[in-house]
Structures are given as C-alpha cells and as structure tokens.
Design a binder for this molecule. Structure first.
Ligand code: DX5
Ligand code: ZN
Length: 222
C-alpha cells in the first residue's frame, strides 16, 4: 500500500565543494532520505563520487543514505558503500547479468536493496525480484545528469509497479528519480510513487530556500 510521501534530495545538484554542509542543511530543512548519485563514467556518461566520499558525509546527517549506484560492474563495490554508511543500496537492472545474486549480496550485508529501471527497461524486469526488494526506482530521465526534463511516459510504469507492489503485501518504496518538480510531483504521486528524488528542485535559490523547496514539493504531492 502506498506510503506517505518522502522527499529524497539528490546531492548531484548540491554544491560539491561543500557537500557536508549541504547534506546537513537539507537534513535540517525536512528531507527524508539523502539521495547519493554514484556514477562511474562507464554505465553512465558522468563520473561522481565513491565510498570514501560517502564515508566522509556519513557523520553530517542522521537520515538514511539512499545510494543510487549507476555503475557496472556493481557487485565488487557493494560492501564498501555499505561500510561507508549506505542504508539503501540501489542497483540498476541493466548493470549486470546476475541480479538475484547482487540483491542477495546487499541484503546479506545488512542494507536495504533497491532496483532501478532505466526508461526503456520494462516492469517485467522487477517481477522475479520483487519479494526481495525494499525499493524500486523508476528513472524518469536517462541517467547521468541532473536538471533534465521529466519523461511523462514513465507514469504508466509507476502505476503498474504500484499494483505489483500492493499485491506483495510488503512495504516496498516506489521511488521516482529525475526531473521531479512542483509541476509533476502530484501526478507522480497519483500514479503511485511514494518517494520523490529531487535534485534541482531542492537545491535552487540558495540554502535559505531548501526548506521551502522541500515543503512545496510535499505540498503539491499531497
Ligand atoms: C540522474 C540521477 C538523478 C538526478 C536527479 O542520473 O539519478 O538522481 O540527480 O536530479 P534532478 O532532480 O535535477 O533531475
Ligand atoms: Zn539518482
């Protein structure tokens, strides 16, 4: 059943020269998760941070670190991201051939497991794993960069996933990631999402605006 709306600011849009201050600020501004976009320049055409930066950020927020691994191969790095303080480890359905083992690895290491679907990846990719998942992430942009436009065609995928998740009777976050703002948050929630990743929509207007930005997203969603 759809849970209360959670807001997960993506630090990709934060000031990379002051990430500790930035995640402290959004934590105090009412965020629910800290969405950490990890990119390897191979699975996606951009390169961001690794486990050492996640470990450095860990003391600056009590919130769950929602680590979105846009990397391939992914298995070799999962233990390090969990040791660094990752609470939710989300891997891409497209990143490897042995997804069941990858999800098992995350769970065996004591973290919550998420599976991300790129825009062209069908809902059917999730079905064999749903019983093992704590989160499903629907990409509403092609991964690699913040500030892109929301792909409205993904709303249909969210609705179908909502039905599948409800049928399990389990608590599984349905997260939408990319191009979320106050113009589309309501339709993402109406489609069945309950975690909104927001990079640009959170980190605009300077640190004194973060609380208002988060409040505005939550208000439009609800
Ligand atoms: C893109 C990332 C997203 C992105 C969201 O590959 O996975 O989390 O940073 O940023 P906005 O909200 O600006 O689209
Ligand atoms: Zn992301």
């Amino acid at each position: 059943m759809q849970q209360a709306t959670r807001i997960a600011p993506s630090i990709l849009s934060a000031d990379f020269a002051a990430l500790g201050d930035e995640i402290r600020a959004v934590s105090e501004a009412g965020a629910d998760y800290i969405h950490i976009d990890v990119m390897d320049g191979h699975f996606v055409p951009n390169l961001t941070i690794g486990p050492a930066v996640v470990a450095a950020l860990r003391p600056h927020s009590e919130l769950p670190f929602d680590v979105h691994l846009m990397i391939s191969p992914v298995d070799p790095y999962i233990p390090d991201f969990i040791k660094a303080g990752g609470d939710i480890i989300t891997v891409h359905a497209e990143a490897g051939a042995h997804l069941h083992r990858t999800i098992q690895l995350i769970k065996d290491q004591g973290a919550r497991a998420g599976l991300a679907l790129n825009p062209a990846t069908p809902v059917s990719a999730v079905e064999p794993l749903l019983e093992n998942l704590d989160l499903v992430l629907v990409m509403s942009v092609n991964p690699g960069f913040g500030g892109q436009s929301f792909i409205t065609g993904q709303l249909e995928k969210i609705s179908r996933l909502r039905v599948l998740i409800d049928a399990t009777g389990r608590t599984i976050d349905l997260q939408v990631d990319g191009g979320i703002n106050t113009n589309n948050a309501a339709e993402a929630i109406a489609a069945g999402a309950d975690v909104l990743v927001a990079g640009t929509a959170t980190f605009t207007g300077g640190v004194e605006q973060y609380a208002n930005n988060i409040k505005a997203l939550r208000a439009t969603a609800d």
